[in-house]
Design a protein around this ligand. Structure first.
Ligand SMILES: Cc1ncc(COP(=O)(O)O)c(C=O)c1O
Length: 395
């Protein structure tokens, strides 16, 4: 087979994606990630980043990363179990555990890797995972890698969870897993209800707090703190790639679980650690979060203002309870057109379609952050009003 024939199917798939409005065009950012960014030489309002607290370009994090490079260089050298671990990583894990109010924490290269490490370390062939039907791709992949049987329960529905558990024969171990905040809808998992079920059956309970870290709970301590469930959730997976403004994953929980992940978490055993500047910047982020709750308060104030005004204009913002605002549009082609027109108005807000969200549920996903001012929000809202009217989405 000639080389063109071998890859023709990919060309056909890509053409199809383009026809369906599902081909993702990635914008190139020519400035630091912040409330405003430069794209194509133009300053645009940035409504896309998960940079909830505006820390991605914070002077304290930049400084910490630079100082750490001077002291430790840039790379960790190898896998930690092979080349040893740096004091920076150990210190970060100690501080994360204290921040989250748990016995211990372990870091990974990303939140995605944290899920891939954790789930297969806890359950395997012959075991069962009860998984929310809308869980994040990294949870789904972690479940598949584990080779345990996967039983999905209805989204955010502890009663359905109980029902499917009753209908399932569990012989080995069992794990209940849910996103904390669902990243495309902004709704919050009913963790107290999930905990009651996990307790009644004696199953492990794991929550992926990627979008709750730095957002929910006192000073951004996450979903467990938000619901006052300290000591009741076995595994909290998190990421430092969102509110912390850097890159990296973490798992927080009981010492015994963290010890086990150091022995059996495959991305820990077979992939190098976070880089030196990443680890140092994350430490600076923990410092900031422990020093003040101002950024978290501002994030929520901005989100409240934005959501209220969008609803008043007649937009459907789904069931969000957090600063993630899905502006529901339905067809992927409409969502892409909406995003392009917003960009012409100076607002960068991405269209999200299948497979990130179900077919027919395309949307613009707006991320409110503490890096935005009231004026920024007014500019963004005016652009949504203009484009919404032009495209007949609002009256
Ligand atoms: C729920 C959830 N888990 C995990 C991740 C992955 O995090 P990271 O970007 O650190 O790999 C994401 C990011 O999109 C997420 O939304």
């Amino acid at each position: 087979m000639g080389s063109e024939a071998k890859t023709r199917w990919i060309e056909e798939e890509i053409s199809l994606l383009k026809e369906q409005g599902l081909f993702t065009h990635i914008r190139t950012i020519e400035s630091p990630m912040d409330g405003w960014v430069t794209i194509g030489g133009r300053r645009v309002l940035n409504f896309c980043a998960n940079n909830y607290l505006g820390l991605a370009n914070h002077p304290r994090l930049r400084e910490a990363a630079k100082n750490a490079i001077d002291a430790y260089g840039v790379g960790p050298g190898a896998v930690r179990t092979i080349a040893g671990t740096m004091t920076l990583h150990v210190e970060l894990e100690r501080r994360l555990a204290a921040f989250k109010g748990v016995e211990a924490a372990i870091t990974f290269q990303s939140g995605f890797n944290a899920n891939l490490a954790t789930i297969p370390a806890l359950v395997g062939k012959g075991d069962i995972i009860f998984s929310d039907e809308l869980n994040h791709a990294s949870i789904i992949d972690g479940c598949r890698l584990s080779r345990a049987s996967i039983v999905r329960y209805a989204h955010n529905n502890p009663d359905d969870l109980r029902q499917v558990i009753e209908e399932t024969e569990v012989e080995g171990r069992a794990l209940i897993v849910s996103d904390g905040v669902f990243s495309m809808d902004g709704d919050i998992a009913p963790l107290p209800g999930l905990y009651e079920v996990a307790k009644d059956y004696g199953y492990l309970l794991m929550v992926d707090d990627a979008h709750g870290e730095g957002v929910l709970g006192k000073g951004g301590r996450g979903i467990v703190d938000h619901f006052g469930l300290h000591g009741k959730v076995d595994i909290e997976v998190g990421t430092m790639s969102k509110a912390f403004g850097v890159m990296g994953g973490m798992v927080a929980g009981k010492q015994v679980i963290i010890d086990w992940l150091r022995q059996r978490g495959r991305p820990f055993l077979f992939s190098s650690a976070m880089t030196v500047p990443d680890a140092a910047a994350c430490l600076a982020a923990v410092d900031l979060l422990e020093e003040s709750t101002d950024q978290v308060t501002r994030l929520w104030a901005n989100a409240d203002t934005f959501k209220k005004q969008m609803k008043a204009m007649g937009f459907d913002t789904g069931g969000t309870q957090t600063p993630i605002v899905p502006v529901m549009l339905g067809e992927a082609t409409l969502a892409q057109k909406f995003s392009r027109q917003l960009f012409e108005e100076g607002v960068f807000a991405m269209a999200i379609g299948y497979p990130t969200v179900p077919e027919g549920k395309a949307r613009i996903r707006v991320m409110n952050t503490a890096a935005h001012t009231e004026d920024d929000l007014s500019i963004g809202l005016a652009a949504f009003e203009k484009v919404g009217k032009e495209l007949g989405v609002i009256a």
